[in-house]
Structures are given as C-alpha cells and as structure tokens.
Design a binder for this molecule. Structure first.
Ligand code: URA
Length: 240
C-alpha cells in the first residue's frame, strides 16, 4: 500500500498533511527517511516510524463518503454498482462495509468501516443516534407538518415514528427542509412525508451523530475520518 494512504488511513493526518511529514523527512521505513508519497510499503515486513515512533498497523478503517445517487449502499449486487466499487484498491483491501443503508437515489453522508462493533452500536435502536437529512419536497411544508413530525406520524404500515425535528428552510411548492430522525425504518424520510401527503424529490444525508458530511467531498469521493471525528462517533454510541 502507498505510504501516504496508509498513514492517512491510520489518522496521521490528511494525505496533504502526511505529504508534509514526508517532505520534512519525519517518516522512516526500516530506518531510512522516505520522501516519496507514492512509496509502497509492506505492513507485514516494513517497520514504519513517524518522528521516531513506530507505527502500529491498525486493522480498522473509517471512511466518510459522499454517496452519489446512482450506486447502492451494499457490499455486492448482481446488477448495480455499489459504494464499494467507488473505493480504490488500498481502501477496498480493508474490506469495509457501509454503516446502514441509504436508498439508491439518496446522496450524502455514508460511513464505511470494517469495525463491526462500532457499526453495531451506531445502528442499535437503543442508542438513538440522530441522522439529519436535507430534502427537497414537492408541496408546501408547513408548521403543521413540523408539529406532526415532532409528535410522530403514522407510516403506511401503521408504525408511529419517534419524535423528529423538522426545520423548514424554504416553504413553497418546492420546499427545502432538514429533518433529524433517531431511527432508521425503510424509506423513513420519504414515508414520513407521504404520511403528510407530500413527496420527497431529492434526499441527502448531511449528518450522523456528530459526524457532518465534509462539503469538500464531491459526489463519489471519500476520505478517512480524522481522530476527532472518530472519537466523537465513539462518544455518540458508547459501549456501556
Ligand atoms: N430515508 C429515506 O427515505 N431514504 C433514505 O435513503 C434514508 C432515509
């Protein structure tokens, strides 16, 4: 794996920051300072050090992706491209999987990791990790909808949703809103609006727990979480 990718994946900084460390000669492989970010290293046999400290190779990878609306959030599919098809080989080698599902046409924040325990905690209904969506909705979204969402609405299968926070950004025939929900029922946001006779025409997840979508990521792009983001996510879903 390329040394800059390896260290970025291991939270030593962004690829840019790692390049700076390399330039300064702070990174050594088997005792020799390396300046070439493209250098390939073997984590089984090479001893890598940053400013003299040995790098302990980690098994977990945590990526934030800006999911485009034409791939599915699954690990494999016979007929559609999946979010894993967007990963480069070095990240795919860690065998990450998406944390939860977004509909094929939903864009935005998707966490990919191979950390099964964190995934389990983030998706556990008991932890109520909030997820915030931006949506464009056909129809005028009103204070009445806000009120109904705050009390819970009845979906087409009779399920009554938990209280959700609806923020109206633009209210007209094509409204713009943000909605925060603490559960993850199938097509939940779309079905909540159907429950108040409106239709979601565009949906994008912008936040999960305290993790915000990095607006610098174009659709289909991804990056490793930084250490602050990872620690905050761990706090969002404590293991006790
Ligand atoms: N709610 C939906 O309707 N779709 C998604 O992809 C996520 C939440």
């Amino acid at each position: 794996m390329r040394i800059d990718k390896l260290l970025a994946n291991m939270n030593y900084g962004s690829r840019k920051e790692v390049k700076k460390l390399l330039k300064k000669g702070l990174i050594t492989v088997n005792g020799t300072p390396i300046k070439d970010a493209k250098k390939h290293v073997n984590t089984d046999s090479d001893l890598i050090a940053v400013a003299g400290d040995e790098v302990k190779y980690i098994e977990h990878i945590y990526l934030m992706m800006n999911k485009p609306g034409d791939v599915i959030s699954a690990t494999e599919d016979v007929s559609h491209r999946t979010v894993l098809d967007l990963l480069e080989e070095d990240e795919a080698a860690f065998s990450p999987f998406p944390v939860g599902r977004l509909d094929k046409d939903t864009e935005g924040l998707l966490l990919l990791t191979n950390d099964g325990q964190l995934t389990h905690r983030l998706l556990s209904p008991n932890k109520h990790v909030p997820k915030t969506y931006f949506a464009i909705v056909k129809g005028r979204v009103t204070a009445t909808d806000q009120q109904m969402f705050s009390q819970g609405v009845t979906l087409d299968d009779g399920y009554v949703t938990k209280p959700a926070e609806l923020t109206i950004l633009v209210s007209n025939e094509r409204s713009e809103i943000e909605l925060t929900i603490t559960e993850g029922k199938y097509h939940q946001v779309k079905r909540m609006f159907e429950a108040v006779d409106k239709q979601v025409v565009y949906l994008k997840r912008i936040k999960m727990g305290s993790l915000c979508l990095d607006e610098n990521l174009s659709l289909g792009e991804y990056r490793a979480l930084n250490i602050e983001e990872l620690e905050a996510l761990e706090m969002d879903s404590p293991s006790h």
